[in-house]
Design a protein around this ligand. Structure first.
Ligand code: PLP
Length: 394
């Protein structure tokens, strides 16, 4: 038993301690193996210990791990250029990238940029049930009042509208103080919520009309997870700002904020920064991740695996629907028993998590095999069956 008493109690006591990972599998400190259908919350999208990534990180660590942002390094500009290639193809305009170390920092950059672009306009509109991070500003941007209460008074400058409610967004945009709308294309932490078709393009159009920036948070949905490099592509959006993190470094802490050139130009030297942002070690992971994803055609992998997984989930007794896209999925149960099912699945060697009382989030690696999908479905089926039969007995 590991003594965790020196750690702040910000996380619940973990049920398992992992010591090793390989592909879609994790191994605990007792030698048990688990199918990882969560991927550290959509982070290890190429599986654990992917050789291309570990080799790149090890080589870079032995060459040059850090230089301050007072000086240049060769990898940051290359990684930014690859990200710009991916985003600009879909968003239709060139842009620049700022690197931080997490999703929250990517969003912080977006929030500061919004204020810098439009002096005098300081409000950012976000959606209820959204999740944008845990720093004070990104926590406030997060549209979940239950997460706010303990930390009041919060920074000012945010206003919330229901996800999918276009009229509410249009009303919020009537204020001349609105600098930007920040929205997830698919709300991940909030329950894997997909908005009604047409909502996001109309929201973008409303932003254009109001002179506000349209910023999308692709921190969880990006990097091929939904079957496109970015989920906004499926909606035909052309955002001004795109934030990403999670799978971007395959587990190396890194977040990035891309902005269209005219928007990015608002930042001047000294406006923003981060000691570790864009440092060579994390950048080596970003380069290896993006190159490997491109070589594997990761969006296609996600789409193909999704077909088998969604069809299999829909056949399970107790699953009444599946929300999401690609491999960002929420299995909807006929009863609010997701917590029990997730705990039982873990005992059966399957890692998934509960995002709502009736919804289980499933985000396997994009490289998952057909056999692993079938095995995960069988472990989930057995967890569902045992929770339901325990309910009948009690
Ligand atoms: C959509 C979204 N935005 C932002 C974040 C915050 O990212 P991080 O935990 O890396 O700060 C998350 C994390 O779950 C997320 O899912």
């Amino acid at each position: 038993m590991i003594d965790r008493s020196a750690l702040m109690a910000t996380y619940a006591e973990p049920p398992v301690t992992f010591v090793r990972g390989e592909g879609s599998w994790l191994f605990d400190d007792h030698g048990h193996r688990y199918l990882d259908f969560l991927c550290g919350l959509a982070v290890t999208s190429l599986g654990h210990a992917r050789p291309e990534i570990s080799e790149a990180i090890c080589t870079q660590a032995a060459t040059l791990s850090h230089v301050s942002n007072l000086f240049g390094n060769e990898l940051g500009p290359q990684a930014a250029s690859l990200i710009n290639d991916l985003v600009s193809q879909a968003a239709g305009s060139d842009g620049q990238v700022f690197f931080g170390n997490s999703g929250a920092e990517a969003n912080e950059c977006a929030l500061k940029l919004a204020r810098r672009v439009a002096p005098g306009r300081h409000l950012v509109v976000t959606t209820l049930e959204s999740f944008h991070g845990r720093t004070l500003a990104t926590l406030t941007a997060t549209g979940q009042p239950s997460k706010h209460q303990a930390f009041e008074p919060l920074p000012t400058g945010f206003t919330y509208v229901p996800f999918g409610d276009l009229d509410a967004a249009r009303r919020a945009l009537e204020s001349l103080e609105v600098a930007a709308v920040l929205v997830e294309v698919i709300q991940a932490e909030g329950g894997v919520n997909v908005p009604p078709r047409g909502y996001l393009p109309a929201l973008e159009a409303a932003c254009r009309e109001a002179g506000a920036l349209f910023m999308v948070d692709e921190i969880q949905s990006g990097m091929a997870r939904t079957g496109s490099w970015f989920a906004f592509e499926d909606e035909g959006l052309t955002p001004d700002v795109v934030t990403m993190a999670k799978a971007l470094g395959s587990g190396m802490p890194v977040g990035a904020c891309w902005a269209r050139s005219e928007v990015a130009a608002a930042f001047k030297p000294g406006d923003h920064g981060s000691t570790f942002g864009g440092q060579p070690l994390a950048m080596s992971a970003v380069l290896a991740t993006l190159q490997t994803m491109a070589a594997l055609d990761a969006p296609r992998l996600a789409t193909e695996a999704s077909e088998r997984l969604v069809a299999g989930l829909m056949r399970l007794d107790g699953v009444v629907g599946v929300r999401g896209r690609g491999l960002l999925l929420g299995a909807v149960l006929d009863k609010p028993i997701s917590g029990e099912v997730v705990a039982t699945a873990l005992k059966n060697g399957l890692i998934v998590n509960a995002v709502r009382p009736d919804t289980i989030r499933i985000t396997p690696p994009l490289t998952v095999s057909a056999e692993e999908i079938d095995e995960a479905l069988s472990r989930l089926e057995s967890a569902l069956r045992s929770v339901k039969s325990a309910e009948v007995v009690s």
